[in-house]
Design a protein around this ligand. Structure first.
Ligand code: PLP
Length: 366
């Protein structure tokens, strides 16, 4: 049941709280900057990661702004995108398990889907599902560019896997991908050096494959905290940066200067003292992954404690501005881990609610 669909046309302050709010105008300005930098300035394709955005209308907005398609983290996210009419989806993750691989093959029969793999065992399992379904699944080999998460080692191990994949009739090797997420916290020259090293491992491996006669059409990498430094490097064909369309305190810390387009609207429910403001949003509303959210419009804060459904703000000086029923807006610490706490996103333009978007694929089925 939607909390705010019946509030379309009303100003922000009249929304039911807590509410996840998208400033459509700021979001569109962020999208324009990202698309412009990646596509117009550096001539790369943009395939924004939707793992933190989730709502299919956001994918459609990105495609309208020049994205070639989207990147997803889960099969369910990809299914939601295809159901909403967004084609050309990269699942930048290893889909595993017989039944899930069957789902993947079925989806690949409906829309252009590319899935990641990083081992012969996994590639063979995916091939079996594709053959059983009578489809060809397009794949990118995930290369470990230094993050030590998934991914096969760059160089010869990748070339060997690429060769094997070209012999599997249910698969089509489209290229390579990597994610240099381990360098996010670096700054300045050290960050550039780390990014160049990581992307270099990926692009050199693509070159090795091509030199052995294995066509590599796609070389995909990078996120919102790295794309400004990776896009100018040669050898990438596309960029996966996604969450920067919202921005948040984490992306800001990682060097992104975008507008904060996504916020959380809460309401004051109690004023137990002149220095304590209690709002109706706690850790079930706002994530603390990568850092706390930040309330706007309150004075210097002594502490912010989030319990399940309460935000407990202790301000340094007595505050008589915030009364019970007033609203307090927070900038998320990290939008990716905040969006998935909500059923819907309230879309505002000029401070007025213009739409409410469902957020599918946030829990349960992956
Ligand atoms: C595979 C992959 N690509 C790219 C990214 C970057 O995504 P974003 O730009 O939304 O931070 C991530 C982030 O976790 C990722 O896992």
């Amino acid at each position: 049941m939607s909390a705010n669909k019946d509030a379309i046309g009303l100003p922000l302050a009249q929304l039911e709280t807590p509410a996840l709010c998208l400033d459509l105008d700021a979001y569109r300005r962020n999208v324009k900057r990202m698309a412009g930098y990646i596509t117009a300035k550096h001539g790369l394709a943009w395939r924004p990661h939707m793992k933190g955005q989730k709502a299919p209308p956001l994918a459609k907005e990105a495609v309208a702004a020049g994205a070639i398609g989207v990147t997803c983290a889960t099969l369910y996210e990809a299914e939601a995108m295809v159901a909403a009419g967004v084609g050309n989806v990269l699942i930048a993750n290893q889909v595993a398990g017989e039944r899930k691989l069957r789902r993947l093959a079925r989806l690949a029969g409906k829309a252009p889907i590319i899935a990641a793999t990083d081992s012969e065992d996994h590639a063979r399992a995916m091939n079996a599902a594709a053959e059983a379904e009578g489809v060809k699944v397009h794949v990118l080999i995930e290369v470990d560019v230094g993050m030590n998460r998934c991914g096969i080692a760059p160089g010869e191990p990748t070339v060997a896997l690429a060769k094997t994949i070209t012999t599997l009739p249910g698969l089509h090797l489209s290229g390579l991908m990597g994610w240099e997420g381990h360098v996010l916290a670096y700054e300045g020259d050290a960050k550039q050096e780390q990014i160049s090293g990581s992307i270099g491992r990926l692009t050199e491996t693509a070159g090795m494959c091509r030199a052995r006669g294995i066509p590599i059409e796609i070389v995909s990498a990078s996120g919102s905290g790295t794309f400004r430094m990776s896009a100018p490097l040669s050898g990438l064909t596309e960029v996966q940066a996604g969450g920067g369309v919202f921005s948040d305190l984490s992306y800001e810390k990682w060097g992104l200067d975008h507008e904060f387009a996504l916020t959380i609207l809460t309401r004051v429910v109690s004023r137990p003292s002149a220095t304590r403001i209690i709002v109706d949003g706690g850790f079930k509303t706002m994530s603390v992954q990568h850092g706390q959210p930040k309330p706007l419009g309150v004075g210097p804060i002594k502490s912010l404690v989030l319990s399940a459904e309460h935000g407990n703000i202790e301000v340094a000086e007595a505050d008589d501005r915030h009364r019970v029923g007033d609203t307090v807006t927070f900038i998320p610490g990290y939008t990716d881990s905040t969006v998935c706490l909500h059923d819907e996103m309230c879309v505002l333009s000029d401070g007025v609610l213009v739409d409410v978007w469902a957020i599918p694929g946030r829990t349960g089925r992956r």
